[in-house]
Design a protein around this ligand. Structure first.
Ligand SMILES: NC(=O)c1ccc[n+]([C@@H]2O[C@H](COP(=O)([O-])OP(=O)(O)OC[C@H]3O[C@@H](n4cnc5c(N)ncnc54)[C@H](OP(=O)(O)O)[C@@H]3O)[C@@H](O)[C@H]2O)c1
Length: 324
């Protein structure tokens, strides 16, 4: 019997409950996927808690997974039962053993990329692709600051920027995470809960500041991120792991002609051709070794609450996968 995690009320991780669901049948342009590994993202925590009210209740959360195509609906071309695919979707429904998926979202997974790696990292790696090539193109001459540099997105962001040749300064919550960040391309690391990171950035850059700050931490770092920017710098706030950012006055930006943006991956994936080309580039980057995913930590789908607790305890790292 197919099963899924169904959220019936917003709240703590105990609201993630496994239920039986009906056997899905594909409609026109759809495929049914027998899922083998499901990615867990911080976004899922916000969906579950009710911070984002983007999933109608009752609903099945989850934005990415890997699996094998079980059946195809009318009009689907280029996909057949048995094909190994992965996907990212803002339409949710990934925390399940089986699901219906729009065929346009199915991305072929190369043999060298495991189900677990694709399931737990496609969304994060596509986020890195968006951040470094579309939101602010990273160039070899740049110095950038990456917060939570040992996290799932953080470490791949450091890998990508270092492979381009940028100098990467990473903030981290512990010495152990500093080692991880350095292994993933950080030139310098800062223990941002122990020191004033903006002062450290000033010291490391001779007072100039950095060209770009990639900030997924939000509330705790936003003000220091603005302080860390060079003249005409760009603060890319793409997450809020520590809480939402307070409003700011436009005049704050005028002090150094700064810009701030708040990108969301799903908005960059609206066009199916663009989605497929970004996904293909990411798969290529995993194959070539430009991107290296953290080793996967498998957790049974029925224990999804454990995975959410791990993320909220700051011990994530982008490697959690639910196994149906
Ligand atoms: N905009 C988008 O489209 C998009 C796409 C993907 C992800 N994101 C966002 O990017 C962020 C990172 O995602 P991820 O998958 O890399 O998560 P992750 O691996 O769990 O990393 C999050 C890290 O943030 C740091 N952190 C600082 N304050 C925290 C707090 N109060 N609670 C929890 N963690 C805190 C922790 O590292 P330290 O211990 O080193 O501080 C933690 O390990 C999330 O906010 C996520 O929503 C946004």
């Amino acid at each position: 019997m197919p099963t899924a995690i169904v959220i019936r009320a917003y709240g703590d991780s105990d609201k993630l409950v496994l239920e039986d669901i009906a056997q899905p049948e594909p409609g026109e342009g759809e495929v049914v996927v027998l899922q083998t590994a499901v990615g867990v993202n911080y976004h899922d925590v916000y969906v579950r808690s009710g911070l984002y009210k983007t999933l109608g209740l009752p609903g099945i959360p989850g934005c990415e997974a890997t699996g094998v195509i079980e059946s195809v609906g009318k009009g689907v071309q280029g996909l057949k039962p048995g094909d190994r695919i992965a996907y990212v979707t803002g339409g949710y429904g990934a925390y399940a053993s089986h699901r219906i998926l729009a065929a346009t979202l199915a991305v072929p997974v190369p043999d060298s990329v495991s189900d677990e790696t694709a399931a737990s990292n496609l969304l994060r790696a596509m986020t890195v692709e968006m951040l470094t090539t579309q939101v602010h193109r990273v160039k070899p001459s740049m110095t950038i600051l990456v917060h939570a540099a040992a996290g799932g997105v953080g470490r791949m962001l450091c890998q990508a920027a270092a492979s381009i040749g940028a100098v990467v300064i990473g903030t981290v919550g512990s010495e152990a995470k500093a080692d991880i960040a350095k292994m993933n391309g950080c030139t310098h690391t800062i223990l941002y809960r122990e020191v004033d990171f903006a002062k450290s950035v000033a010291a490391l850059t001779g007072g100039a500041g950095v060209d770009v700050v990639y900030d997924s931490v939000g509330a705790d770092t936003f003000v220091g991120s603005l302080e860390s920017l060079a003249m005409c710098g760009h603060l890319v706030n793409f997450g809020q792991s520590s809480g939402p950012v307070d409003p700011i006055a436009m005049s704050t930006l005028a002090t150094k002609s700064l810009s701030v943006s708040r990108p969301i991956l799903f908005h960059y994936l609206q066009d199916p051709e663009h989605y497929q080309s970004m996904a293909a580039k990411v798969m290529q980057n995993f194959q070539s070794g430009v991107l290296k995913a953290a080793p996967a930590i498998p957790i049974a789908l029925k224990d999804a609450s454990q995975a959410h607790d791990t993320l909220e305890n700051m011990t994530g790292g982008g490697s959690l996968v639910l196994i149906p």
